[in-house]
Design a protein around this ligand. Structure first.
Ligand SMILES: C[S@@+](CC[C@H](N)C(=O)[O-])C[C@H]1O[C@@H](n2cnc3c(N)ncnc32)[C@H](O)[C@@H]1O
Length: 230
């Protein structure tokens, strides 16, 4: 097996603590648990996928890396059936934010056992933040990376049962990122600029159609104000 983790999956790997028992949901090629096992970070892992092709390729890669004693594979939808593993962490990377939210909602054991989540949504990041907050998950950390010119966000969360109502600004750029913006100026600026582009496009579309654009316009002003204090 020849592979090199790109900076997106490396950033996900960096969020996994030493000694973790990891479920990598939607593993595809299993590069993430293989890398972590090679780094010596894993106590064990299960690499799962809903499709047969990816699971076969995961198994082949795991066997070739000589890691089948450490990484099991499961053909399953989301986290179904994975409650039997002694999981400490769950990674879900490379899927849409709402798909990730659906997988988590169907797995109550994540909440009951306070299993840590490392999530790398491809789209709908604000919607995922809001869903997590309303479902009682606390964002412990967020990190960002650029790979192949694309900007990726990684959210680490754990259930604490407290229901949080996020403001539009907090959902859009992340309450954690707002609180830590001075320590992470470059990524915070990139994140805000990206959201400003999306919101400006939305304002243009609404205005063209003769609709009220005051909500995205207000959000633009709030993001610009957050940027101006850096
Ligand atoms: C784009 S790949 C991402 C692979 C890898 N996690 C990464 O970030 O590079 C998405 C994978 O998720 C799998 N998948 C989609 N829906 C799923 C579900 N409900 N449960 C488990 N796997 C799923 C797909 O089969 C595919 O292999």
């Amino acid at each position: 097996m020849k592979y090199k983790l790109d900076s997106r999956l490396l950033a996900v790997a960096d969020c996994v603590p030493d000694g973790a028992y990891l479920a990598d949901v939607g593993t595809d090629h299993a590069y993430l648990p293989i890398e972590l096992a090679l780094q010596g970070k894993l106590r064990g892992a299960v690499a799962s996928d809903i499709h047969k092709g990816p699971i076969e390729s995961a198994r082949k890669n795991i066997d070739e890396a000589g890691l089948s004693h450490l990484i099991r594979t499961e053909l399953t939808d989301g986290l179904a059936g994975l409650e039997h593993y002694p999981l400490t962490d769950v990674a879900i990377a490379g899927m849409g934010g709402m798909m990730i939210a659906g997988i988590l909602e169907r797995a109550p054991f994540i909440r009951e056992r306070r299993i840590r989540l490392i999530l790398q949504p491809m789209q709908h990041v604000p919607e995922l933040r809001r869903t997590l907050a309303l479902a009682g998950f606390r964002i412990e950390k967020e990190t960002q990376t650029v790979a192949d010119g694309k900007f990726y966000q990684i959210l680490c969360a754990v259930y604490d049962g407290e229901i949080r109502e996020l403001t539009d600004l907090e959902a859009t750029v992340g309450a954690y990122n707002l609180a830590h913006k001075d320590e992470n100026k470059d990524n915070f600026t990139l994140l805000c600029r990206r959201q400003l582009d999306i919101l400006s496009e939305r304002v243009r579309g609404l205005t063209r159609g003769g609709h009220d654009a005051s909500v995205p316009q207000r959000l633009i002003e709030e993001i610009e104000a957050a940027l101006s204090t850096l």
